[in-house]
Write a protein that binds this ligand. Structure first.
Ligand code: ATP
Length: 260
């Protein structure tokens, strides 16, 4: 399905007519959508429908997969086509951060996990780094739990804390957009609730796109939801509309659990 794309100053991501292939296999078909600044958009749909592929297009993570490429269409972030020669993929990935399904802290201290990105960006002043680490850990609602153990291994944290640490690591480099690929799927309900609360808090400063298999999670955190099926975007609308009054039968069948 294609939808009109309006690339206004309020647009964070504008996708227009994108096809994506892994080798000869077409994983995304004519996707057009627009994500507004500081909104939370959820991608839902059955396994293999292309949600993660589209998410990974936004920071060109798919470049790392041999033979994988956008074969037609454009993806603009802040009005700039992300495949154009002036875009450095490493800088793009700083601006468009990513949080993965399974938390993946580095085998270092809590402090070093958060300071890693800013250090790579050339910040070496200890007090500046201390400030960045504290701000990122506060921003990810982890500071009070870890402030007395910053020099201990990140592996000593619980799964939910590790996931919030990964979010802190992502926001420490001041991205504009945060992509989340099923960030709570490995967490228990209490840790999930904390991460969801955090996602809602982050909306004040960031644009967030989240892939989730959890319908309740999509309704709890997102402003708008896109439903994908077999590489196509079937419907994209206000989350309340997608879940209570979808226009398409496939969407209704999926959100009511009839398939998927
Ligand atoms: N690295 C890859 N190489 C080849 N094909 C891939 C690769 N990654 C994904 N695919 C294929 O692309 C299609 C879309 O996969 P994708 O992971 O984007 O779906 P998804 O909706 O995120 O699924 P899930 O909910 O299971 O994570 C699937 O057919 C999948 O097999």
């Amino acid at each position: 399905m294609t939808a009109p794309v309006s690339n206004s100053p309020e647009t964070a991501i504008a996708v227009d007519g994108v096809d994506f292939c892994y080798g000869r296999s077409r994983a995304l078909k004519e996707i057009s959508l627009e994500v507004r600044k500081r909104e939370i958009v959820a991608f839902i749909g059955p396994s293999g429908c292309g949600k993660s592929t589209l998410l990974r297009c936004f920071n060109r993570m798919n470049d790392l997969v041999p033979g994988a490429r956008v074969t037609q269409g454009t993806i603009e972030i802040d009005g700039v086509e992300i495949h154009s020669p002036e875009v450095d993929p490493v800088e793009l990935r700083r601006r468009v951060g990513m949080v993965f399904q399974k938390s993946n802290p580095f085998p270092r201290t809590i402090y070093e996990n958060v300071a890693y990105g800013p250090r790579l960006a050339g910040i070496s002043d200890k007090s500046e780094l201390d400030g960045i680490v504290e701000k990122a850990l506060r921003g990810s609602a982890l500071w009070d739990e870890v402030k007395d153990r910053l020099n201990e291994s990140a592996f000593g944290l619980s799964g939910g804390q590790q996931q919030r640490l990964c979010i802190a690591r992502t926001i420490a480099v001041k991205p504009e957009i945060v992509l989340m690929d099923e960030p709570c799927s490995a967490l228990d309900p209490v840790a999930t609730a904390k991460v969801e609360e955090l996602i809602l808090d982050l909306k004040r400063d960031y644009t967030i796109v989240i892939v989730t298999h959890n319908m309740q999670q999509a309704t709890r955190v997102s402003d708008r939801t896109a439903f994908f099926y077999l590489g196509e975007m079937v419907e994209f609308d206000e989350t309340s509309t997608i879940f209570s009054n979808p226009r398409r039968q496939e969407t209704e069948d999926y959100v009511t659990g009839r398939f998927g």
